[in-house]
Design a protein around this ligand. Sequence first.
Ligand code: NAG
Ligand code: NAG
Length: 264
Amino acid sequence: MSQLKWQLVIVIFLLYQRSLSAQDTPSKRIVKGFNADPKQFPYQVYFTNLVDSYPSGGCGGVIISNRIVLTAGHCLSRKFDAVEMYFGTVDRSNKREVGQQRLIIKSTNIVVHQDYQAHPYLNDIALIRLPADLLFDEYIQPAKLPDANELYENESAVVSGWGQTSFNGPQPNRLQYYNVTVYSNEECKNKLVPYIFPSSYICLKPSQSTPCHGDSGGPLAIRNEDGTHTLLGVASFVFGPCEINTPAVYTRVSSYLQWIKQFE
Ligand SMILES: *[C@@H]1O[C@H](CO)[C@@H](O)[C@H](O)[C@H]1NC(C)=O
Ligand SMILES: *[C@@H]1O[C@H](CO)[C@@H](O)[C@H](O)[C@H]1NC(C)=O
């Protein structure tokens, strides 16, 4: 596939949406997702970039410790002053939601991977360092980091986010999720026919649901028997206009454990 074609695909279909939609309808879904309940995804974060105090774009993130939130590099690669982060949130429109906490973090606390690039996305990972310890409770909990040597192929997992419920449609106020199976890189590569396919990608097996714009940076996680979750990926990009039955590509967190470690 030519470089130009890749660029078009990514420019058109990148998950990050710059402007928040004003006409959100909570009854609608991600793209064929399900309403999340409070405490179901305590590691999920929502944030919006602030430019001159105005919100610009919305992304997901994942708590991995009381000081670090992981997200996608492309969510933070443009110029902004700060991010407003929402923790313990299911309904992002409700400031008074039980368990919800909001924090404004200056851009100086943000690190985008030094080798991040777009077209195609590579090293699409960033972290937000919190200036004080996050207090964990039933609404706010970290996800565990993955095993460095595991591929997690064919494992049952779950993705969540406040992304569009249809291509160019509204972003819901209510957090959406759906269950997924981790696709092998081999199968994903064959399905996508990209000109590069690094091992630092991890894909969702095509299904009746898909992430869409606004889900970027959000988690692909597995549920552990003890109720904790292990983070496998952060949402990077999809192909096609958020079409179902198409793989979605996440940044494989296990490829960045050493990078993350230096900030712990
Ligand atoms: C995952 O599933 C595919 C397709 O069914 C299969 O070819 C592959 O061997 C499986 N991988 C593992 C590690 O089980
Ligand atoms: C997702 O999987 C979990 C664990 O197997 C299950 O409890 C839940 O009902 C599933 N949700 C949906 C929407 O299928």
